[in-house]
Design a protein around this ligand. Structure first.
Ligand code: TYC
Length: 103
């Protein structure tokens, strides 16, 4: 980085490392209508979960009202939220999904 200081050119070291990007958790919300099998499919197809992990997360959402599908950079989180909402809408399920900054 070049800085002009009273006719002198001063070169400043640029830090080699960048701060880690802010991370976002994608959260699935419970509802009374979306079939359990559909939620498990979403978790496998969009979040690349095994069948066992997908069932665990789905049941956690079913019993506790919400559950974390994964933690991603902002763009990846937003793309996955969109994918869930598109799939749910296409099958006419009220499934809701959102992203929030990791505390
Ligand atoms: N509660 C739904 C049912 O009983 C299942 C469900 C689980 C819905 C998770 C949404 O994010 C969800 N069919």
């Amino acid at each position: 980085t070049e800085i002009r200081n009273q006719q002198q050119v001063v070169r400043e070291a640029v830090p080699v490392r960048l701060a880690p990007p802010p991370m976002y958790q994608v959260v699935l919300l419970n509802d009374d209508y979306t079939p359990m099998d559909f939620v498990v499919l979403v978790l496998q197809q969009i979040f690349h979960k095994s069948i066992e992990e997908a069932e665990r997360i789905m049941l956690q959402v079913h019993h506790e009202g919400r559950g974390i599908c994964g933690i991603y950079t902002r763009d990846v989180a937003a793309t996955r939220v969109d994918a869930v909402l598109h799939l749910a809408h296409a099958d006419q399920h009220p499934l809701q999904c959102l992203m929030e900054p990791v505390p």
